[in-house]
Structure formats: structure tokens, C-alpha cells
Design a protein around this ligand. Structure first.
Ligand SMILES: [Mg+2]
Length: 230
């Protein structure tokens, strides 16, 4: 167990609460709406992935942006005339993502309580600022964190800038999250320690081979296990 006084940067979506499953459900319904005569859902998904990669760079993440991506995907792939009713149906799908009650991942509140007694906790999440902050408020978890940081992208420079801005000691700072691409690899590249907490339904665009942590990376199987580590 680490000595008290570390700074723990904690990811939110699919680390503290469920998130990607709602996007997956919306995608399944989108495929029904599209009703493509020959493309499989996997083939539709690949087209959507391309649209998402391009748009995320410009517009960022979140349900509203996902709605834009679905509308573009619909326009690109529909084999029938697409009208206002279709776009309204897409908006309802993304509205459901935004309205969904927060489902905390097993063991999260008690684990955060333990961690916050010994260490400084900072919520470090990427996405659309308003959307992410509303989730933090609705989760009831904000009291465990001394600060909430919402960034547009989590790359190596984001971590370096954040560490500099808050004058954090990299050797006592850990990033905890489910995404190899956004939580683990860039934090390791910035010189931080990392704890990988895998989630079975992590968004496919967050997958990446995990870098060699040179002893700075720990993998746990559940959020609860952090209690034994910190
Ligand atoms: Mg996440």
C-alpha cells in the first residue's frame, strides 16, 4: 500500500459509472432506423468509426456530437430518402443517453471514500464540459474530489500541462482509468504512474496496446481493488 499523500487523477466514464453501454444501445437502434438492406451492423460501425475519428478531432466527444455523427452516417448510408422524422429519431436516441440515470460501477463510493481519506483525488475526464459536469453532479460523488477537470482530449500534452499547472509531483501522481488510449498510455508518456481498471464494454476507439510501464503501471480487475493499493 502506498504512503498517504499521493495525487490520484481518476477518470469518470466507464471507470466510476457506466457510459459506453448507452452509446452502444443507441447504435443498435440506429442500425434498425437505418435498415440497410445489405450492410451488417459491424460494417455500419466501421463507417461510423471513420466519421467519429474525423469529427472528434474538431468537435470533441459527448452525446450531442455523437448525434451529429449518427446523422452524417445516416445521410451517407441510407438507401432510401431521409427526412426530418429520421433526424428527430436520431435526436431521441442521443437524448436518451443524456437523460439516463447514472449507474455507478460496483464499489465506487466506498472505494472513493477510503482513497479520499489518504490521498488527494482529482476527477480527470474528457468530453463536453457541461455534459460531464452534469454527470458529476448527478453521480453524488463530487464531494470526494478536490477538483474536477474536464478536458477536450487526453493526450500526453494534456497531462504534462495539467501536472505543470498544478505543480504536481509526477512521482506521486497516478492516473486511474479504463482507457488505454486516453488514461494509461498518455499518462505513462508524461511520466506519471497509472492504474488500468479495464471495463468489458470500453468504447472501441479507446482501445490501444498498452505501453510498457517500466514498473509504473498496475492493472487491477475492479475499482474496489484500489483500496488495497492506495
Ligand atoms: Mg473512461
Amino acid at each position: 500500500m502506498k504512503a498517504p499523500g499521493c495525487t490520484l487523477l481518476v477518470d469518470a466514464d466507464d471507470t466510476l459509472w457506466e457510459n459506453n453501454i448507452y452509446f452502444e444501445r443507441a447504435f443498435e437502434r440506429f442500425c434498425e432506423l437505418l435498415g440497410h438492406p445489405s450492410m451488417t451492423p459491424e460494417e455500419v460501425r466501421e463507417v461510423l468509426d471513420g466519421i467519429e475519428r474525423a469529427n472528434n478531432r474538431v468537435h470533441g466527444y459527448g452525446a450531442e456530437n455523437f448525434g451529429r455523427n449518427l446523422r452524417q452516417c445516416l445521410e451517407r448510408l441510407a438507401t432510401r430518402p431521409v427526412g426530418t422524422g429520421d433526424f428527430e429519431a436520431v435526436n431521441r436516441l442521443t437524448g436518451r443517453i443524456l437523460d439516463h440515470p447514472i449507474e455507478l460501477i460496483d464499489g465506487v463510493p466506498e472505494t472513493l471514500e477510503h482513497l479520499s481519506e489518504r490521498h488527494e483525488l482529482i476527477l480527470f475526464t474528457k468530453g463536453e464540459a457541461g455534459e460531464q459536469r452534469r454527470k458529476v453532479e448527478r453521480s453524488g460523488l463530487s464531494g470526494y474530489f478536490t477538483h474536477v477537470e474536464v478536458v477536450k482530449e487526453k493526450d500526453q500534452h494534456t497531462y504534462e500541462r495539467f501536472v505543470d499547472a498544478r505543480a504536481l509531483d509526477v512521482e506521486a501522481t497516478w492516473m486511474i482509468g479504463n482507457s488505454p488510449r486516453s488514461d494509461i498510455n498518455p499518462a505513462l508518456a508524461a511520466g506519471l504512474q497509472a492504474v488500468f481498471v479495464p471495463h468489458a464494454r470500453t468504447w472501441r476507439l479507446e482501445h490501444e496496446e498498452i505501453a510498457d510501464g517500466n514498473g509504473r503501471l498496475v492493472r487491477v480487475e475492479s475499482f474496489r481493488e484500489l483500496k488495497g493499493l492506495f
